[in-house]
Design a protein around this ligand. Structure first.
Ligand code: IPE
Ligand code: IPE
Ligand code: MG
Length: 253
């Protein structure tokens, strides 16, 4: 994706710094959007899917390497059953209608989280989206589905423990890198930027490990209204931030 990135970077960035390689988005505010428009919550979620389409297209055109979208958290099971089935219905419809396009645009789909072992139809579609696109080399679109960061870290710790118990790993080899290698995100570029829409300023159990040195940008827009302009605004903010990673400012002394 070299050419579009080179062409667009100057237009999008504006702040002098490089664009992020990996952007994660907490897509929040569908319910409030619906309420503000006098519509049922479902309509907010439906419009939210359109915002997902716009965002993936924009990310591709801008030339981002990876975007990760929080689509359903492990805590979202506490919502009313009717809303959960609507969300599952939208996910199925989205994969059925958009997988062909994503594939044609060289997008590689990856799912993180625990999937949906209890719903074979949803699980089969998630598996299909990954399988069909796995050799693609363009934008990596990661969908966090039935995802919770604490659970992800616990599962990673468990798989290291299994190796220690089997005698294939020594306890002293359990390093931060070793644990990161067991996370669902292993192999993705480091997380540079987390965007959350709707004005809430919290991570809600999203990518807690990976966000250690990510920049956080909170936007007032409700997710169904998110578009390329809002993405560029967040990217612009990112390029104006000074990342230190615990050191001193690059030009300072
Ligand atoms: C985000 O919108 C979508 C999901 C969590 C699935 P919400 O449904 O959380 O919308 P608000 O926060 O109630 O406005
Ligand atoms: C986070 O939003 C999860 C997703 C966007 C999928 P929530 O709306 O569930 O988060 P809280 O409950 O406000 O923290
Ligand atoms: Mg919410």
């Amino acid at each position: 994706m070299g050419t579009p990135r080179a062409a667009d970077e100057a237009d999008v960035a504006g702040g002098g710094g490089a664009l992020p390689r990996h952007v994660a988005i907490i897509m929040d505010g569908n319910g409030r959007w619906a309420k503000a428009h006098g519509m049922p919550r479902f309509e907010g979620h439906r419009r939210g899917v359109e915002a997902v389409r716009r965002t993936v297209t924009a990310a591709r055109e801008i030339g981002l390497e990876a975007i990760t979208l929080y689509s359903f958290s492990s805590e979202n099971w506490s919502r009313p059953m009717a809303e959960i089935s609507e969300l599952m219905g939208l996910l199925k419809r989205f994969i059925r209608s958009d997988l062909r396009d994503l594939h044609a645009n060289n997008v590689r789909v990856r799912i993180i989280g625990e999937g949906h072992p209890g719903d074979s139809e949803v699980q089969a579609l998630l598996d299909e989206a990954q399988a069909v696109t796995q050799a693609n080399t363009g934008l990596c679109l990661t969908v966090a589905f039935n995802y919770g960061a604490r659970n992800e870290i616990a599962r990673a710790a468990r798989s290291l423990a299994v190796k220690v118990a089997a005698g294939t790993l020594r306890p002293e080899d359990i390093t931060a890198d070793a644990l990161a290698g067991e996370l669902d995100t292993a192999g993705l570029p480091p997380l540079d930027l987390v965007i959350r829409t709707s004005g809430e300023q919290r991570l809600s159990n999203f990518l807690l490990w990976q966000a250690a040195y990510a920049e956080l940008v909170f936007l007032p827009v409700l997710w169904p209204d998110f578009d390329r302009g809002w993405l560029e605004r967040a990217l612009g903010e990112f390029t104006r931030r000074e990342r230190r990673f615990g050191g001193i400012e690059p030009r300072g002394y």
